[in-house]
Ligand binder design. Structure first.
Ligand code: H2U
Ligand code: ZN
Length: 334
């Protein structure tokens, strides 16, 4: 058997059917542990220039209400529009296109410009979870919406346009690529893939980062990004709407503890893209789905050293140096 801590090996991602190359020998150099200064200056609680702050004008002249908790609005630059006809074009099986109707929204987590998930009050973050449930129900109930993707881009490094705490929701007619691949994986097994995976991770704890009554956070065995994590519901729930009162608070709690850990890792507000994967809203029960979230943070060695998926990774397979076990260990230590 190869040496997990020395030998190059590849690991299989059963959710996507893809392999990741792990080259642990490349991390032999000792960890320096340097903490570099934060890239972004501290933010004020209210920014008159921010298009998400209460009472401020947005693009197109709409003015935000003086909201004091959460605030949801239709994206002024929506990537999807509800009235698009879902027509299909096809030529010789090679040129294929489909009209894609949908709705895009923005959710402000708080009126305060300078908060993040990590430092919001737990009851306020719990309110955000309630909004996710409401939006999943509202958007998912529309006949032309079959998938609701809730996601957060945080930090300029991940393309977030604004530090004001917010997420986006894109909901549309067809299943996007990533959930479609996961759905194929869920359907290919008789037992739930992520119930089984969570049981394996709980038994070893090697890759565990956080845990509460309802959720487990691990650096997945097949993680591509250095400090990628997956938030798994311990019970088999198909979507956020199946969380009862305590479960919703537990979700807020686990997201808070995970992002706070990220922030402590390099002493900066940690950039990431995160989002939930859950059952499609096409009306079928989709009992195969297991509710979970993915955190994809780009940072590798410090606040300013990020990982790029380039070269071999674009043309061959993704690759990582630090093992998922070592990454989980580091995250547990901070
Ligand atoms: P990101 O920070 O993840 O880019 O999200 C901000 C979204 O806000 C983005 O999708 C929208 C952008 O289209 N937006 C508005 O809807 N109105 C505005 O006035 C500016 C930005
Ligand atoms: Zn703001």
């Amino acid at each position: 058997m190869f040496d997990w801590k020395q030998d190059p090996h590849r690991r299989f991602n059963p959710l996507t059917g893809e392999w990741v190359l792990v080259s642990p020998h490349r991390t032999q150099r000792p960890w320096q542990g340097q903490v570099e200064p934060a890239a972004a200056p501290p933010q004020p609680a209210y920014d008159p220039e921010c298009y998400l702050c209460p009472g401020n004008p947005r693009a197109g002249g709409v003015r935000n209400p003086p909201y004091d908790s959460t605030f949801v609005f239709d994206n002024d630059f929506a990537a999807l529009k509800p009235a698009t006809p879902p027509d299909r074009f096809q030529r010789d099986g090679l040129l294929i296109a489909e009209g894609e109707p949908g709705i895009c929204r923005v959710v402000c987590f708080s009126p305060r410009h300078n908060l993040t998930i990590a430092n919001m009050d737990l009851p306020d973050l719990r309110r955000v979870v309630d909004v996710w449930v409401e939006q999943f129900a509202d958007l998912g109930a529309r006949p032309f919406i079959n998938y609701v993707q809730i996601f957060e881009n945080r930090g300029a490094m991940m393309g977030a346009s604004n530090p004001h705490p917010h997420c986006q929701i894109w909901s549309n007619h067809t299943l996007p690529n990533e959930p479609a691949r996961e759905q194929r994986a869920f359907l290919s097994r008789s037992a739930c893939l992520l119930c089984d995976y969570a049981a394996l991770e709980r038994a070893s704890a090697e890759r565990t980062v956080e845990e509460n009554d309802a959720f487990l956070v691990v650096v997945p065995f097949w993680a591509v990004w250095p400090f990628e994590t997956m938030v798994l519901s311990k019970r088999h729930l198909t979507a956020v709407d199946q969380l009862a009162d305590a479960g919703r608070t537990a979700l807020a709690d686990i997201l808070q503890r995970t992002t706070a850990r990220y922030d402590r890792l390099f002493g900066v507000p940690f950039p990431y893209s995160m989002g939930f994967h859950q059952r499609p809203t096409d009306g079928a029960p989709h009992d195969e789905w297991h509710f979970h979230a993915h955190f994809y943070p780009p940072l590798l060695r410090s606040a300013t050293v990020r990982k790029f998926l380039v070269g071999y990774e674009m043309l061959g397979s993704p690759q990582r140096d630090i093992t998922p076990e070592a990454a989980a260990h580091r995250l547990r230590q901070v």
